[in-house]
Ligand binder design. Structure first.
Ligand code: PLP
Ligand code: COI
Length: 358
């Protein structure tokens, strides 16, 4: 009984922000998995009414109609971003306005009312502030911030839902791929594609992800870390790596698939393009055939969860290319250091990408 009331007062101190970090938590063993935190953010809106700022509430299940648009027709989007506790001790976000804008573009595609950027960013700040003791110590991971926008009102015919929920929960995370900055082995998916022209591949629709689970599980069962998808029209050009964008490096030039509407416009992808150009590299956005990528000097994938993950090998139709000696390539490491240096505030934020927690 006494133990329970002690625990309850500790939780209150945490909620009041009096305890900065959970001392007993093993930050060294963080993986990319869910550790529930105390507080989430939620707001709702009718289809034809403007969004109003929402409120913080205890993290937990939400009631929903069995006829909700998101449950029946997948009318839903998610975002993924991170809050970092940097080397200076402060907590920062990385380009959160870009996540807000991407969710707005997705809302337009899925016929949902877009959440204003100011409400999105304010909500992200509030939920991270409320859970800030869960932001890992500098260099030990990050707080993953997961905004969701969904048609939560009931609808029977295939049509937009009458009402919507915008919700954010947060969780501390470690590396997405086992081992962190270790080169991963990837398999080109021969029988599945992720997106087709005119579809929803260019937005973060929840429905884009379930069809990837079977190919991903099958590849993992064969010892690969993930699959690479080729374009659905010609099955020739690389599109994406599961939930990350693709780059390869040939003769010190970077190549990445162009944004044609079938791949997700990654915020990390865009940051790497800017960073690489700033450092004097040529970056080509265009068609990147599997054959070209397999003849490159280096390859890596990137995303909020994946950061920059070096690719050690690609297997396509029985042929395997191993990059270098299986170690991360020099350009990959340079860009990893540059990006994570900005995020950890050990490098100057030359592009003004960091958004400190007020
Ligand atoms: N591609 C897909 C399909 C993704 O789900 C993600 C993750 O968000 C990315 C690419 C990388 O995007 P970002 O760098 O914005 O996280
Ligand atoms: C991200 O990188 O934020 C993602 O969304 C990847 C994945 C966990 C779906």
């Amino acid at each position: 009984m006494q133990e329970q009331s002690l625990k309850a007062s500790f939780q209150w101190l945490i909620l009041l922000g009096r305890v900065s970090m959970d001392e007993s938590f093993d930050w060294d063993s963080l993986t990319f998995s869910l550790t529930p935190t105390e507080t989430m953010y939620l707001t709702t809106a009718k289809a034809d009414e403007p969004w109003m700022p929402g409120e913080l509430r205890p993290y937990g299940d939400i009631p929903m109609s069995p006829a909700a648009g998101v449950l029946n027709y997948g009318q839903g989007l998610f975002e993924g971003m991170k809050a970092y506790r940097t080397s200076t001790g402060r907590i920062v976000f990385f380009r959160p306005e870009e996540n807000a804008r991407r969710m707005q573009r997705g809302a337009d595609r899925l016929k949902m009312p877009p959440v204003p950027e100011s409400i999105f960013v304010d909500a992200v700040e509030q939920v991270v502030a409320a859970n800030q003791h869960w932001v890992p110590p500098s260099g030990k991971g990050a707080m993953y911030v997961r905004p969701l926008l969904m048609g939560s009102g009931p609808v029977l015919g295939v049509a937009p839902a009458p009402s919507y929920t915008f919700l954010i929960y947060v969780t501390p995370v470690g590396p997405y791929f086992k081992g962190g900055m270790v080169a991963i082995d990837l398999l080109i998916s021969e029988h599945h594609h992720r997106a087709a022209p005119g579809g929803s591949g260019g937005v973060k629709a929840i429905g884009n992800y379930a069809p990837g689970m079977k190919p991903s599980k099958e590849a993992k069962a064969q010892g690969y870390a993930e699959v690479i998808y080729l374009d659905a029209e010609t099955h020739t050009d690389i599109e994406e790596v599961g939930a990350a964008n693709f780059f390869c490096v040939k003769d010190n030039v970077l190549y990445t698939p162009e944004l044609t509407g079938t791949i997700l416009p990654g915020i990390t992808r865009d940051s790497i393009i800017q960073l690489a150009r700033h450092r004097g590299y040529e970056v080509v956005e265009g068609k990147v055939s599997a054959a070209f990528a397999m003849a490159a000097d280096e390859a890596f994938c990137c995303g909020t969860a994946a950061v920059i993950s070096p690719i050690g090998s690609i297997t396509h139709d029985g042929d395997k290319t191993v990059y270098g000696d299986g170690q991360p390539g020099a350009v990959t490491v340079e860009l990893y250091d540059a990006l994570t240096g900005i995020q950890n505030e050990t490098e100057e934020d030359v592009f003004g990408w960091l958004h400190p927690l007020p």
